[in-house]
Design a binder for this molecule. Structure first.
Ligand code: SF4
Length: 251
């Protein structure tokens, strides 16, 4: 086990340890500077300004892997995809499919709970321009590996949002004991890979660049969530009227 991790007895302990990590100098400086300077709209708030741990039940059967917290989203609120536009899209879709208790995520006290799903990221600190370096990605990987090991008894399916998360997560799955095909499977929206008891799904990231341009529509996102949730043995909401419409054409 990586020395930085020490002995970790459970996900609660892991999450707490992650919030105190300072292994990446550039990201520590950035996350704390953003927390000091703030965005004008949040000037009255106290930013989290630390690594953001995974969110969701410790016995999740479905895991969603993103990229990294947003500077004024997770880095402000302290919870994955909470308080930003990407989260508005993701949690709305999760609620529609029956995986979240409410359709939005505002702050740590909003009462949001997830049903059988946990959300994490391969990089736990907000990076400048949403772009961690490969060194930062690799430095943060032991946290993801340990999270996967702790979830392994119940985990049945994973959705990876975007190519960066895909590249970061595949080696972590190998280190956590699953079998990743060689050559490594390519990322694609709707890609499905069997890791030997774990179904891995690719999905375009819920970034504004993808959702504003229609590259990823709510219909497409609900489709991946629903498929992966059923693979994980979770109950999903019945199809709604919007699910029966033909998918909009992605540009
Ligand atoms: S990105 Fe990960 S490894 Fe780097 S400081 Fe943040 S929590 Fe630690």
């Amino acid at each position: 086990m990586n020395d930085r991790l020490g002995r970790l007895d459970g996900l609660g302990h892991l999450d707490e340890r992650i919030t105190r990590c300072r292994a990446c100098p550039r990201l520590v400086e950035w996350r704390e500077e953003v927390a000091r300077t703030k965005r004008a709209a949040f000037a009255d708030e106290t930013y989290w300004g630390r690594p953001v741990p995974g969110f969701g039940p410790h016995d999740a059967s479905l895991l969603i892997v993103g990229l990294a917290p947003a500077a004024h989203g997770g880095n402000r609120t302290g919870r994955m995809f909470t308080g930003d536009r990407s989260g508005e899209v993701l949690y709305r879709a999760m609620y529609d499919v029956g995986l979240a208790s409410r359709p939005d995520a505002v702050d740590l006290d909003d009462g949001l709970t997830l049903h059988g799903v946990r959300i994490t990221s391969p990089v736990h600190c907000a990076p400048p321009a949403n772009k961690p370096t490969t060194t930062e990605r690799d430095t943060c990987r032991p946290w993801l590996v340990r999270e996967l090991e702790l979830l392994r008894p119940t985990l049945r399916a994973v959705i990876v949002l975007g190519g960066f998360g895909w590249q970061a997560a595949l080696p972590a799955f190998t280190e956590a004991g699953w079998t990743v095909p060689r050559p490594r499977p390519a990322f694609g929206h709707g890609a499905r890979v069997d890791l030997g008891g774990l179904a891995l799904f690719g999905c375009y990231h819920v970034s504004q660049r993808n959702t504003f341009t229609g590259r990823l529509t709510p219909h497409m996102l609900r489709g991946v969530l629903r498929t992966a949730a059923m693979e994980a043995g979770l109950d999903v909401a019945p199809f709604g009227a919007t699910d029966l419409e033909p998918p909009p054409q992605a540009s």
